[in-house]
Design a protein around this ligand. Structure first.
Ligand code: UTP
Ligand code: MG
Length: 500
């Protein structure tokens, strides 16, 4: 049980403006609105938990309405809970997180809303099935991005840009469920070879819930979404976006700085109590350059530089351009490469040697090297980790204009003749090459859905290292991406069709 005091304490108001609801505790988490289901919990326990949550800065709604984001229940009878929820006449139910009490207890313990994980979700065991009259249209667009072909041509940019803002708002608040829901919805619209002109046209599409549809309806009617405009003009959102645009600054640091009352780069740089790490220092130093998109021609020039370096070290080295540029994007935020060698073990020393060479050439402005922690005996990994275990480095390189066909992608009037560019190198062992290439080619949404499809539809575990068959309890070998698609029983999707 909880060890925190139940009696609300009156905290001193911090420097950052926090919303205060009269007669209640200070609100710390404005984007989270809880509702505790009384069924099974009972009135007195509900009242106790409500007070506890409020004392920790959570908003707890007394009434279940569309403003609620998180529904918490102790009812283990999933179907009766969902039947009741569906009878509550909510427009927003598909976007509410219906959560087990364990999410609540974890959040109370941490003193903040913890990230929602699958184990916390109370799933609807009888989801509403699509109308029987529309099977062909439903079947034609898969709910999985890895069964759709998505080029860089986006016919629904107005909608997907709006969804991206909504997803970012949740991401910055570390609320995973709705963030993914908006990313999934955007991904479905990006795959369409036609532009959505009416809401009716979306009725057979997967992954579009009430909230996404209401945003689309607003855009169709008014050309804009007021919710998105509110977010974009929100000071906290703007500041967190600004801070996280710096290399090495994540949502947690950005939020910490915001809470200290900092609002601009000069505020951060003038605050003597802030110790920037090496990555952040470089992020500020080269901010103008690395916040500027990298062009395809610049990516090609960098490929030549890396190609020359790895082949000078090992003539039989293998180099592949990956990430967004492999998917045919015209611009990217960085340039991603895979480098490896046919001789097992040699790949582990390859990156340090490349770094050494680039240093001698005087073009290395920043380097963060991570040695390999890859160990086949520790696989399969049942929880997906954002970072894989291969040796890798995050670099900032100095790129000369003379090396770029058509010149640098820099501001007009910038006469330096060079720019800084972010480059990532990853170095898997050769027998892991296909998995690493598939994982690093992206897009992130495509990768997410490949893993989800493997797990849900095939009982297979996929990550950047391997593919594991949970039924047969064995690893499946692959030397090319096509082998992996074949193991998954998926049609092969070309890299340029993976812009999900
Ligand atoms: P990027 O963040 O570089 O994205 O990651 P991108 O698609 O190239 O787009 P830009 O750079 O913003 O234009 C490339 C891919 O590498 C994977 C990511 O999931 C993404 O799909 N990646 C990145 C990993 O698998 N592991 C990592 O540690 C980092
Ligand atoms: Mg990239």
């Amino acid at each position: 049980m909880f060890h925190s005091p139940i009696v609300p304490r009156v905290r001193k108001r911090s420097r950052t403006a926090e919303v205060c609801i009269p007669g209640r505790e200070e609100v710390k988490f404005e984007d989270v609105r809880l509702f505790l289901v009384e069924r099974k919990m009972g009135r007195s326990r509900r009242s106790f938990l409500t007070q506890l949550a409020r004392s920790k800065g959570f908003i707890v709604e007394d009434v279940l309405s569309d403003v609620v984001t998180h529904v918490v229940s102790e009812d283990i009878h999933t179907s009766s809970l969902w039947t009741w929820l569906k009878e509550c006449d909510l427009k927003n139910l598909t976007h509410m997180l219906v959560l087990d009490i364990s999410w609540f207890t974890d959040s109370m313990r941490e003193g903040r809303p913890v990230a929602v994980e699958t184990k916390h979700l109370i799933q609807d065991s009888a989801p509403t099935l699509p109308e029987a009259s529309t099977p062909t249209a439903v079947a034609s667009v898969s709910q999985y991005a890895c069964q759709r072909r998505t080029t860089t041509e986006n016919n629904n940019k107005t909608f997907t840009d709006a969804f991206e803002v909504l997803a970012e708002r949740y991401e910055l608040n570390e609320i995973e469920g709705p963030c993914l829901a908006f990313r999934r919805a955007a991904s479905v619209l990006k795959s369409l070879p036609w532009a959505v002109k009416s809401l009716g046209a979306t009725q057979d599409l997967p992954c579009l819930g009430e909230h996404t549809k209401s945003v689309m309806e607003e855009i169709l009617q008014n050309g804009r979404s007021f919710e998105v405009e509110r977010i974009l003009s929100d000071e906290r959102f703007q500041t967190l976006k600004l801070f996280t645009s710096v290399f090495g600054v994540g949502p947690k640091t950005a939020d910490k700085w915001y809470r200290r009352g900092l609002r601009s780069f000069s505020d951060v740089l003038a605050d003597s109590s802030i110790q920037l790490n090496r990555m952040q220092q470089s992020g500020f130093l080269h901010y103008g350059d690395i916040s500027r998109a990298v062009s395809k021609a610049e990516a090609r020039a960098l490929r030549n530089i890396i190609d020359e370096a790895v082949h000078a070290i090992t003539p039989d080295a293998v180099l592949a351009l990956t990430g967004g540029f492999r998917r045919g994007k015209e611009f990217g935020h960085d340039v991603d490469f895979i480098v490896t060698t046919p001789e097992p073990g040699d790949e582990e020393t390859l990156i340090p040697k490349v770094i050494n060479r680039l240093t001698k050439q005087g073009i290395l402005l920043y380097t963060e090297y991570q040695a390999s922690t890859f160990d086949m005996s520790k696989l399969p990994c049942h929880r997906f980790e954002a970072m894989d275990h291969f040796a890798k480095c995050f670099l900032i390189l100095r790129l000369e204009g003379s090396q770029v066909e058509g010149g640098l992608h820099i501001a007009e009037g910038d006469s330096r003749g060079w720019r800084a560019v972010r480059v990532d190198l990853v170095s898997p062992p050769m027998d892991r090459y296909a998995f690493a290439l598939l994982g690093w080619t992206g897009s992130r949404q495509f990768e997410r859905d490949l893993r989800r499809y493997a797990r849900m539809e095939r009982r297979l575990l996929l990550d950047n290292h391997a593919l594991y068959d949970k039924t047969k309890k064995e690893f499946l070998a692959a030397t090319t991406e096509k082998d992996i698609f074949a193991h998954l029983g998926l049609e092969y999707i070309e890299p340029w069709q993976r812009n999900a």
